[in-house]
Ligand binder design. Sequence first.
Ligand SMILES: Cc1ncc(COP(=O)(O)O)c(C=O)c1O
Length: 384
Amino acid sequence: MTIDQPATRPVNPRFSSGPCAKPPVFDVSKLAGAALGRSHRAAIGKDKLKAAIEGTREILGIPADYRIGIVPASDTGAVEMALWSLLGARKVEMLAWESFGAGWVTDVVKQLKLDAEVKTAEYGQIVDLASVDFDKDVVFTWNGTTSGVRVPNGDWIAADRQGLTICDATSAAFAMDLPWDKLDVTTFSWQKVLGGEAAHGMIVLSPRAVERLESYTPAWPLPKIFRMTKGGKLIEGIFKGETINTPSMLAVEDYLFALDWARSVGGLDGLIARADANAQAIFDFCEAHDWIANLAEDAATRSNTSVCLKFTDARIQDGAAFAKAVAKRLEAEGVALDIGAYRDAPAGLRIWCGGTVETSDVAAMLPWLAWAFKVEIVAQAQAA
Ligand SMILES: Cc1ncc(COP(=O)(O)O)c(C=O)c1O
């Protein structure tokens, strides 16, 4: 029995959840203006770093009195510098519903050894947001990249909170509306929604976060790479492009290019609309096929970037092997790269839908998914 292949293929089969697809107009030659071989402290380097910061502010609509810094070690570096610099001043509540959030729980409970209240939910679900105590510092991930579950909005965050909110927004920034008045520390990396390069992270601080930094000294030592204050004062230079250590000027140029592309598609609204359209194409596909479903149980929490899917067909004998075989087949055909579920997540697929992905490519890939499913069902029956 042969199962016909779809007639068309995606132009770009890159659906990885990080590093994510470059903007569709990307070409390495576009980075020819990079300040390579120059000091990042020279005027040319500093101007570019400043443009990266201010371009981020402009596109994300970050208030003028919030500090934005480019920091080492990508989103992980940005989150950990926040945890190590700010926590310990008051009680802490940790929220986690997939592996990255769980990683921050490990940092806080096992490494910093703080007696935090930990609230967790299974993959596909979310914690009870109504029960969060904002007298405490609250650490959470806006979009759980490995489960495809996001917070529906920021309404659950108290406007009059006493604690700080520390939000890992790496797979949300540039694809979802982030309510800056509800977020005291926000982090993300360049390698995600704008398809930038890895290694650099960004940290966004509210005035209240700065106040904490200047009034509180943690009990533990802070490596240089985490230090945002000196003598009890914020190191303002970090937030003007005087990075803590040496950045890649090639990665900076690439980020500036991505910001320009973001402007060309209508800024944040345009980026959100692109991600929404991509995700909707997959949601519609799930509606139309009874053998596949979104891992996120509540539609209000469904990610528009890292869309996670599970196979639901009763004929499937070994869920993990089946999902792997489908992903491998799609990769071999060159129609979908890197769409296997994250290693710690339930068996299934994860398809990146951020704005750098073209909806036409998602639409061209989905019939291939249906094809691979049928082929694997047959292969499984033949092997039995
Ligand atoms: C929610 C979340 N947090 C943190 C990270 C780690 O990011 P990075 O490798 O850029 O430090 C990722 C990467 O996928 C992520 O999705």
